[in-house]
Design a protein around this ligand. Structure first.
Ligand SMILES: [Zn+2]
Length: 304
């Protein structure tokens, strides 16, 4: 889950803070979180972006029907369903879940109907079933890759291994040549907080695989759309973060020292840089302990 709100609270006068929270409680009947803001934008050719608060999904419209992606939640999906019916005179044919996480995959039932197929990676479906997730369970799954055809258009689905959650895939809309990835590539903003549910090395490997693919436009599940240069810059950030945390840990630095020492000024323009750099460092540190057992390495001498 991602909230990219600026940190207003830090230097705020207490009275203003009180007034703001009172305001928030007064409007809360309408607030339903930030997801009350819905928007559809045509991004390139027949590919559109659906925004619900800080969440985004993509869809493609063809004469043979519509391929939608993450429903996001029940309210967002109901809004999307109405808009698709109002704007386009073709049926919804497929709904593809990007991965298992419920802040993107919930709301599936609101898009369900006759002739609509739900698609996900085998591991994403398995997780939704085993965790008794309250959404439409996919009826089509795949392991490595699969292509959905609609008329002359198609969506290439690919699994790149672990990166975030279970069974997270990329979606390549053709012939528009638009790539859609959720959570493990984020443009214009720092990656989310302490990387809970992420695998940093897998994020790097998967992003390299995306960069090896030909695409003109990238749409993410959060933050900005962009092009290949933007994705390459994101990969450079991941590598700089990973390398600096790994090297600091190899030098025996504890987490507090890593947070005090590591600065990545080349990326300070990314939104939430000041707020989340320490959390990103913590996320990589914890992953290196959990996945690579850095706490059990006899060749690393702790120093303070
Ligand atoms: Zn997310």
């Amino acid at each position: 889950m991602t909230l990219a709100l600026p940190n207003y609270g830090r230097a705020m006068h207490p009275r203003l803070l009180l007034r703001l929270s009172l305001f928030a409680s007064l409007v809360c009947a309408a607030c339903q979180s930030v997801a009350a803001t819905y928007e559809i934008e045509r991004m390139k050719d027949n590919v559109y972006r659906f925004t619900a608060g800080n969440y985004r999904s993509a869809f493609m419209v063809t004469d043979a029907g519509i391929v939608a992606t993450d429903p996001i939640n029940a309210e967002a999906a109901a809004w999307l369903k109405d808009e698709l019916a109002r704007r386009f005179n073709v049926p919804l044919r497929y709904v593809v879940y990007s991965h298992n996480h419920v802040d993107h995959s919930y709301g599936g039932r609101a898009l369900d109907g006759e002739g609509v197929h739900f698609v996900a990676h085998r591991l994403a479906r398995e997780d939704l079933v085993q965790t008794r997730a309250d959404t439409r369970i996919p009826d089509i799954t795949f392991d490595d890759e699969m292509t959905l055809h609609l008329g002359n258009a198609r969506v290439g689905l690919r699994y790149h291994g672990v990166n975030n959650g279970r069974g997270s895939i990329s979606m390549h809309f053709q012939p528009a040549n638009v790539m859609y990835v959720v959570d493990w590539i984020v443009l214009g903003r720092m990656t989310y907080k302490n990387l809970k549910g992420y695998d940093i090395q897998g994020m790097i490997d998967s992003t390299e695989a995306i960069l090896a693919t030909d695409f003109d436009l990238f749409i993410g599940g959060h933050a900005d759309a962009g092009d290949k240069t933007d994705v390459a810059r994101y990969l450079a950030y991941l590598n700089a973060l990973y390398d600096s945390v790994r090297d600091g840990m190899l030098a025996g630095k504890p987490l507090a020292q890593l947070k005090a020492d590591i600065r990545l000024p080349a990326f300070s323009d990314l939104r939430m840089y000041d707020e989340w750099l320490g959390l990103n460092i913590e996320g990589v540190h914890d992953t290196l302990v959990d996945q690579s057992y850095f706490d059990m390495r006899p060749d690393i001498q702790p120093r303070d």
